[in-house]
Write a protein that binds this ligand. Structure first.
Ligand code: NAD
Length: 410
């Protein structure tokens, strides 16, 4: 059995969309390859005086529609294929969302929970220095992803600005508010997940109010999704993180859980009124909405046939493999694909970048309203083309994106 390679998923999805659009390989072949890949070594002085060398990547998949844009991941499993796949998904996501960016992604193979704050800062400084020749506000703009957040983005801005000799806030998005960040950015991806979940339920003739929800991964995306879905009166009954999965059929105390997590705790230490369940039980739970918001390859050929959720909203990038997608479709399970479901993050990143370039900052209400408009419009166009062509929402989203990319390269 060959090992899972997320880039194979990217290629398969591009091929399907190209066939559906009747494109010849010469029209779309170039979109199958990242434009540029930079691999760097990152020597870091550790607190005990030793030096450890980490591996890092920045991949620019496409600049056809604008500067490449995409997060930086700190995780022990990061590798070049994963970063390339994540970069390609960004290209398609930005095209579906209708924002003038291409796609990029970065990553460092490191478990950030094992490093001190000082070590993480030094790692970020060296990584920034080594990728600095290819990033910049007009060329390639990083953002947070798994294992990174506002603080890492702030260190990145400080290092890049020092190298360039001037404060360059636009080199990254997802910065803390007060350091060039946008109001609403932290919540934007989860907000987009909630907007698309609600829109999908509506389009299916169902109500979000009272719908049962399971969320895999209570990080930035999953945690905010759980919070905002609860505000929409959905009932979040199961959630997980890397350490454990918890369940309460009457609905979990999401506010309490988020405070507990924000204090640096893991779910395995949560002492609220919950049952412990396995990751398999969470994914295969009979719920109205399943939000996988952790990592890739969680719903795959081994468990796809057991999935009982009615609707899957992909908070994470690539949580459902191509093989699993076919099984879910056969079983009538609707999937709101990652490039649509979690596009709220990059849409708000675009707003942040605009605010930085104009040095004009918007209210949170204005940000959220523009976000709602953009994500709802993207959902509507994907839903319509999928219905018209009688294809899945993923296929519909890729039809829209690939068409824009091919037209841009003609
Ligand atoms: P994060 O680091 O804030 O959170 C990740 C969460 O997943 C943590 O709770 C972690 O404990 C959990 N997790 C890790 N492995 C797990 C496992 N095997 N089972 C269950 N839970 C597990 O990361 P994030 O920013 O929320 O990103 C999550 C996903 O969303 C990623 O696929 C990322 O690429 C995608 N995404 C993030 C953004 C963003 O703005 N942050 C935007 C679009 C997409």
């Amino acid at each position: 059995m060959s090992a899972y390679n997320p880039y194979d998923n990217v290629l398969a999805t591009i091929e399907t969309a190209a066939k559906q659009l009747g494109y010849s390989p010469s029209e779309y072949e170039h979109i199958k390859y990242p434009e540029r890949t930079l691999q760097v070594s990152i020597p870091v002085r550790m607190d005990d005086g030793s030096v450890r060398v980490f591996e890092g990547y920045r991949v620019q998949h496409s600049t056809l529609r604008g500067p490449s844009k995409g997060g930086i991941r700190y995780h022990q499993d990061v590798n070049q294929d994963e970063v390339s796949a994540l970069a390609a998904w960004m290209t398609f996501k930005c095209a579906v969302a209708g924002i003038p960016y291409g796609g990029g992604k970065g990553g460092v193979t490191v478990d950030p929970t094992k490093l001190s704050k000082g070590e993480l800062k030094r790692l970020t400084e060296v990584f920034t220095e080594r990728i600095s020749p290819i990033i910049g506000p007009e060329t390639d703009i990083p953002a947070p992803d798994v294992g990174t957040g506002g603080e890492v983005m702030n260190w990145l801005v400080e290092t890049y600005s020092r190298l360039r000799g001037e404060l360059t806030l636009g080199v990254t998005t997802g910065k803390p508010v007060g350091k060039g960040g946008s109001l609403g950015r932290v919540e934007a991806t989860g907000r987009g997940v909630t907007i698309t979940a609600k829109a999908a339920m509506q389009a299916l003739g169902r109500e979000i109010r009272g719908a049962t929800v399971a969320v895999q991964g209570m990080g930035n995306v999953g945690g905010i999704s759980a919070k905002l879905l609860t505000e929409e009166r959905a009932k979040v009954i199961a959630v997980s993180d890397v350490s454990d999965c918890i369940y309460n059929p009457a609905g979990l105390d999401i506010e309490g859980l988020l405070t507990f997590i924000a204090d640096g705790n893991l779910l395995k230490d949560y002492t609220g009124d919950v049952e412990r369940i396995s990751s398999k039980e969470l994914l295969e739970m009979d719920v109205d909405i399943l939000v996988p918001a952790a990592l890739e390859n969680m719903i795959n050929k081994d468990n796809a046939a057991n999935i009982r959720a009615k609707l899957i909203v992909e908070g994470a990038n690539g949580p459902v493999t191509v093989e699993a997608d076919a099984v879910l479709e056969q079983n009538g399970i609707i999937v709101v694909p990652d490039i649509l479901a979690n596009c709220g993050g990059v849409v708000c990143s675009y707003f942040e970048w605009l605010q930085n370039l104009a040095d004009d900052y918007w209210t949170e209400q204005a940000v959220n309203q523009k976000l709602e408009e953009a994500v709802s419009a993207a959902f509507k166009s994907v839903w319509e083309i999928s219905a018209e062509q009688n294809v899945s929402l993923r296929a519909g989203a890729y039809l829209i994106a690939l068409k824009k990319l091919v037209e841009e390269s003609a």
